[in-house]
Each structure stands twice: as structure tokens, then as C-alpha cells.
Write a protein that binds this ligand. Structure first.
Ligand SMILES: *Cc1c(COP(=O)(O)O)cnc(C)c1O
Length: 470
């Protein structure tokens, strides 16, 4: 492809994306495909000769688009959102075109310094303390792994990196924590059996006294408590652990404290939601994902640490070929994470923060929260539905319950109900299990979702509930 063709197809693709967004709500949210359908339409061996972009684009429309789950669809309410936006796409496009890597300051000074600046802007927007220093990670799972590794080194006086683990270290998190905590603890060598899953209260938040008991027990059994991970907004139900109380326990016992606020932490850009992160000043590290809710396309996860030296001591490597003359004066972000090569993700976040402005982003998140609270009120007011967990931000957990069935029957009915809703193609919701109940999750956070979409989905849910085989 020569540069003139690149120009032509570049414009064409922007046109395509604009039409895609404008007509997105007419598409089914989830495709009608069976496993293997897409693969069957693609050649099994690579092309030997050059193929036209024209042909590739035509195959993209014919084969790929019908197999997409449309994450930016206004009626996508499953999991958590991973919303994107035009300024983010433009920033990401530029980053792709520039193709610069930011592992050392020298490999692109602007990439490193812009990352420092946007991470600090975001820190201020979230109300995080000024002693927090940020770095962009690919995702929250990686950020939490970095926190666990640093906790491991801190607890062993930076010896585990050299000698391996000589003594069992323990990790604490709630029963409702994201699976990335367990995965990270396994990768970091703590061992699954050394993770303590602390029980939660009736709102699915960690019970601090149970945490204390577990720490005491481990100490008297000869384990070394190394890390506590609290969650602000669990993935199941956006439960909020008592961040401050847990922080005090960590300080008392000198344990690394990581706060996973991947989704709900974004809401702290709103004054009225800043309480969600109360106590985070006691944390050693925390993670918030702009790529979930802050209009910045995947991947962009903001990882903050209170003492970057500990993180860098844990992860730094310095082979000869990476040494530079300015190492003493600059940040070399390769030492702040796991990957060496790293893209210029700060650019898209810069575009987003500037183009929306703090107020624009606040307006959008507030609107999502308002729509969720509207939906919650509708569910509460309906005699055959119930809300199943507190909804501090924009996720509502609910189920059908006509009062005529056992919990086990309700579980099957709600599973059927969710299948019917999703098979309609008109909306896509997901589920979780809270205590022993099957619960439907309605997570509102798309850029183009409006109240009428939420209303139509609520009608769809009621209509499908009437068709349940009861
Ligand atoms: C989504 C989520 C994660 C994982 O985020 P990734 O960026 O996909 O790794 C971790 N913790 C919580 C609470 C989440 O909601």
C-alpha cells in the first residue's frame, strides 16, 4: 500500500466507523453464530501474494462484522463497559501511526513525560493523594500482579527476587475479589493455598474483623502476612470494602495494601462519589481502569504507587544495552511494569481528558449513574422483581421473583430469562451468583446509551418475564 492509498483508506475507515456508530442500535448486540462459524469462512493458510485492501475490507464486512459482539452498542449492559470515544480513537490512531515505544525516557521523551503528566492529571481528578505516582499498565490484572510482586519483595527485604521464597507469605482478599488477585498471587509464587479469602457481610464487602483474625492466625502459625487487596466495586456486584478500616489493619501489621478500584474507582471523578476512595491514602498501591468507564479505549489501566522505589527495585533490570546517560534524572517506565516494550497509551488518554475536560467526563458518568438508579427504582417498584445488592454506581443486580418459587427454581427461571433477553439481540446483559442466588447484572456505561434505551430494555425484561415457563 502506498501512502496515497493509505490516505484514501484512512478516510474511508473513519467514514465507516461514523456510520457504524450512527446505526449501531439497529444491529443485534450479540451475533447469531455457533462455535466455529467464523473460522470456517477463513482460509486456513496465509496468503502468498498481496491482496487488495478493498478485498480485505469487503471480507471484514462479510465475515468479521457479523461475528462481533458490539461492545459499544447502546444496549450492551453485560460485564462492565469498556467504552471508547472519538477523541480516544484519534489518539490511539496517532499512537499506532507513530509506532513509538516508551520503555526508556530516551526511546521517546514525550511518551514518558506525557504519561507522567496525564497520570498526575487523573490522580487529581480521582482525588488521590499527591504522594501517589502513576504508570499506565495494560490492565488491572497486570497492575495487581505488580502490586503483589512488590509486596513479596517488601516483605522479604527484596530477597525473594534473588533467592526465591524461603518462607510462606500470605495474601488476603475478600471472597468477592476479582479472579486476577488469585491469578496474580499464583504467578507471583505465593501459592494458592496461601491466599486467604476473607468472608463478606450482607452487602458483599470484606469484614475487617475477619481479616484481623486471619492475620493473627497466620502470624501464630508462622506465616508472614505480605499483602492485602481490598476492592472498591467488586466485579459481581460493585460491593465496596471498608477501605479505611482495612488500611489501618495493614498499617498496624506493616502489610502491603493494594486497592483494586478497576471499575468503580472511575466514579471518584464525581465529588459525590469521592467517598468511594476514602482511606485509599493508606494504600501502598491502587488501580483504576480508564479503559472501562472513562471513554478511553482498551488498553489503559492507571496504576498508582505511594513509593515508586519499591516497585522499581522489584522490577528493574539493567542490561548494558538499556543503559543511558540520563538514567538518574528520568523515569524509565520499563522498570514500573512487567513488559519491556510499551506503547504510547498516554496519547489517547491525553486526547480524552482534554477534549471532554473534567466536567464533560463528570457529566457522562453522572448520567450513567442516574440511569442506573432510575432502572433500580423501576425494579424495586415492581412486585415480581427484586434488587439483589446495593448499587453505589451504575451496576444494578436484580432478579425475577414472583414469590411463588424456591430459590433453586428461581435460579433456573432467571437463567432462562437472561437467555431469552440475550437471544432477542435487543440487549445483552450478564449474570453472577450472590450467596446462592442467580442474579442478572445490568451495567450501564456506554457512550451512546440514553434513557430511552434503558427504558426499552426494562420493557423487554418484563415482556420476557411474562413468557417464562412457570
Ligand atoms: C475488570 C476488573 C478487573 C480486571 O480488569 P482487567 O483490566 O481486565 O485486567 C479487576 N478487578 C476488578 C474489580 C474489575 O472490575
Amino acid at each position: 500500500m502506498d501512502h496515497e492509498e493509505f490516505r484514501q483508506y484512512g478516510y474511508q475507515l473513519v467514514d465507516w466507523l461514523v456510520d457504524y456508530y450512527d446505526n449501531l442500535e439497529n444491529r443485534p448486540v450479540k451475533p447469531e453464530v455457533s462455535p466455529g462459524d467464523i473460522k470456517a469462512q477463513l482460509p486456513s493458510s496465509p496468503p502468498k501474494k498481496s491482496e487488495d485492501i478493498e478485498q480485505i475490507l469487503s471480507d471484514f464486512q462479510k465475515t468479521i462484522v457479523p461475528g462481533l459482539t458490539h461492545w459499544q452498542h447502546p444496549n450492551f449492559y453485560a460485564y462492565f463497559p469498556a467504552n471508547t470515544s472519538p477523541p480516544s480513537i484519534l489518539g490511539d490512531f496517532l499512537a499506532s501511526g507513530l509506532g513509538v515505544l516508551g520503555m526508556l525516557w530516551q526511546t521517546s521523551p514525550a511518551a514518558t513525560e506525557l504519561e507522567e503528566v496525564v497520570m498526575d492529571w487523573l490522580r487529581q481528578m480521582l482525588g488521590l493523594p499527591s504522594h501517589f505516582h502513576g504508570v499506565i499498565q495494560d490492565n488491572a490484572s497486570t497492575a495487581t500482579l505488580c502490586a503483589l510482586l512488590t509486596a513479596r519483595e517488601t516483605a522479604t527485604d527484596f530477597k525473594a527476587n534473588a533467592e526465591g521464597l524461603k518462607h510462606p507469605l500470605t495474601v488476603y482478599t475478600s471472597q468477592e475479589a476479582h479472579s486476577s488477585v488469585e491469578k496474580g498471587a499464583k504467578i507471583a509464587g505465593f501459592g494458592k493455598n496461601n491466599i486467604r479469602f476473607i468472608p463478606t457481610d450482607e452487602d458483599y464487602a470484606m469484614i475487617p474483623t475477619k481479616l484481623k483474625e486471619a492475620i493473627w492466625q497466620d502470624q501464630s502459625d508462622g506465616f508472614i502476612p505480605a499483602c492485602v487487596v481490598a476492592t472498591v466495586g467488586t466485579t459481581s456486584s460493585t460491593a465496596v470494602d471498608p477501605v479505611h478500616e482495612i488500611g489501618q489493619i495493614c498499617q498496624e501489621h506493616n502489610i502491603w495494601y493494594h486497592v483494586d478500584a478497576a471499575f468503580a474507582g472511575n466514579a471518584a471523578i464525581l465529588d459525590e462519589k469521592q467517598y468511594l476512595l476514602d482511606g485509599v491514602e493508606l494504600a501502598n498501591s491502587c488501580v483504576v481502569n480508564p479503559h472501562k468507564w472513562l471513554l478511553t479505549n482498551f488498553d489503559c489501566s492507571a496504576f498508582y504507587v505511594s513509593d515508586p522505589n519499591k516497585l522499581v527495585n522489584t522490577l528493574s533490570i539493567l542490561p548494558e544495552y538499556l543503559k543511558t546517560n540520563v538514567d538518574e534524572e528520568v523515569k524509565n517506565y520499563r522498570d514500573w511494569g512487567i513488559q519491556l516494550g510499551r506503547g504510547f497509551r498516554a496519547l489517547k488518554l491525553w486526547f480524552v481528558l482534554r477534549n471532554y475536560g473534567q466536567e464533560g467526563l463528570q457529566q457522562i458518568l453522572k448520567n450513567h449513574i442516574d440511569m442506573a438508579q432510575y432502572f433500580k427504582a423501576k425494579v424495586e417498584a415492581h412486585s415480581e422483581f427484586e434488587v439483589m445488592a446495593p448499587a453505589p454506581v451504575s451496576l444494578v443486580c436484580f432478579r425475577f421473583n414472583d414469590g411463588q418459587h424456591t430459590n433453586e427454581e428461581l435460579n433456573q427461571l432467571n437463567k432462562d430469562l437472561l437467555d431469552m433477553i440475550n437471544q432477542s439481540g435487543k440487549a445483552f446483559l450478564s449474570h453472577t451468583v450472590l450467596d446462592d442466588s442467580y442474579v442478572i447484572r445490568m451495567a450501564i456505561g456506554q457512550r451512546i446509551t440514553e434513557l430511552h434505551h434503558v427504558e426499552a430494555t426494562w420493557h423487554l425484561i418484563q415482556e420476557k418475564a411474562k413468557q417464562l415457563n412457570i
